[in-house]
Ligand binder design. Structure first.
Ligand SMILES: [Zn+2]
Length: 387
């Protein structure tokens, strides 16, 4: 059945060159499922075809695996769909991108250690091999858990272009991960531990950790997709999504462009009163303000994890991401208002995580009054509260 026969067209059929319109309409998760399942959440319906939905599913993976969100998901133990294989976030590459790095200094160790973050804000050294060559070159290779035999390790290293010409191999892994150390010994022969065996009397310990995450071009597209599709979900009267004012944002989501044309980011205060004592909330807002269509995206806003992240944008700017009463806000410019007269339409939802999870859900959806907790980008003024 064609999209038209089902009573609607995929909004990506315009502008030309994006969606070929070969598939029927499908439901789409404007909030990626990997950010948690919330009671009361309704998917976007009647706007996006099955073919486009598949593409967006891949885009959704980027923040979940290589953005700051990957770390928060690990801390809060958020898993993806049951049908998806459990991801080994801190060891596996995703679409060619290296896993996120979290670095901390362990008690008794002289140099910083790259860590795997575990549920409950815990960490342990990640499994990796550091190869060194006589000419001072070195290379770090993470070893996912699915690599569990010397043969698989051999193949994994070959895939990373590691031959036998290295002069030294150092193993980093949890002290009690003897199976891993043994596999490496059987594959490579004599290995060295990273530094001297540490004094473990100070464990478990609370240590400060840091992470530097490079936001990829796909990351910006993924954020723009969440923003635009939430705007569409709001179903503002008179807006279909096929208006040509949205051509630019659709092309950006589809194939990327200069992120600064569509996205702004700001760290702002976050009004915790709206989410009570919840560990965190995702907050989305969208609307038409004056002659601009805009949306904002805040993920893991107000997180109680205590993690300090610095996100660095491609233009070199750096942002501190996490403080309990602050939030990192993406402001997405969707296009000019499709209306001829100035108007004021707005909606905001919070996806509030619970202290205790109810069956199947990690939290619930709440409608917010888009008052003093949401920021918008006003042309000529920059980020401002949506008051
Ligand atoms: Zn489509």
């Amino acid at each position: 059945m064609s999209g038209a026969a089902k009573g609607g067209r995929c909004i990506y059929m315009l502008p030309n060159g994006l969606c070929a319109g070969r598939y029927g309409l499908s439901e789409e998760d404007y909030l990626p499922r990997g950010l948690g399942k919330f009671k009361g959440y309704e998917r976007l319906t009647g706007k996006v075809c099955e073919g486009c939905d598949n593409q967006f599913g891949k885009l959704d993976e980027i923040p979940l695996t290589s953005g700051p969100e990957a770390i928060f998901r690990a801390i809060y133990g958020i898993e993806g769909r049951k049908t998806h294989r459990k991801r080994d976030t801190f060891h596996e590459t995703t679409h060619g991108r290296q896993p996120v790095e979290v670095v901390g200094r362990l008690p008794g160790d002289e140099s910083p250690t790259r860590l795997e973050v575990l549920t409950g804000n815990q960490g342990q050294p990640r499994r990796e091999l550091v190869f060194e060559w006589h000419d001072n070159r070195s290379k770090v290779v993470t070893v996912p858990r699915k690599i569990d035999t010397p043969d698989k390790l051999q193949k994994h290293l070959k895939g990373k272009s590691i031959g036998r010409d290295w002069s030294k191999c150092i193993v980093n892994c949890p002290a009690d991960d003897e199976g891993f150390q043994e596999m490496v010994q059987r594959c490579l022969g004599k290995i060295e531990q990273l530094g001297e065996p540490s004094d473990r009397r100070g464990y478990p310990a609370i240590v400060p950790v840091a992470s530097l995450i490079e936001l990829s071009p796909e990351y910006y597209r993924a954020i723009a997709k969440i923003a635009f599709h939430f705007f569409m979900w709001c179903s503002f009267a008179g807006i279909t999504g096929l208006e040509n004012v949205f051509d630019g944002i659709k092309e950006f989501i589809w194939r990327g462009d200069q992120p600064s044309k569509y996205l702004r980011s700001a760290a702002g205060p976050f009004d915790r009163n709206q989410i009570g004592d919840a560990p965190y909330a995702h907050v989305l807002s969208a609307g038409v303000v004056g002659n601009e269509a805009v949306a904002t995206v805040q993920l893991f806003a107000g997180s109680d994890s205590g993690v300090n992240l610095i996100a660095r944008a491609t233009d070199g700017r750096s942002f501190p991401v996490q403080l309990k009463n602050m939030s990192f806000v993406w402001i997405v410019k969707l296009g000019r208002s499709p209306f001829r007269i100035a108007c004021d339409l707005r909606r905001a939802l919070a996806f509030v995580a619970g202290r205790q999870t109810t069956v199947g859900f990690i939290g619930e959806v709440r409608e917010l009054t888009p008052a003093r907790s949401i920021m918008v980008w006003r042309p000529g003024f920059g980020p401002q509260f949506w008051a």
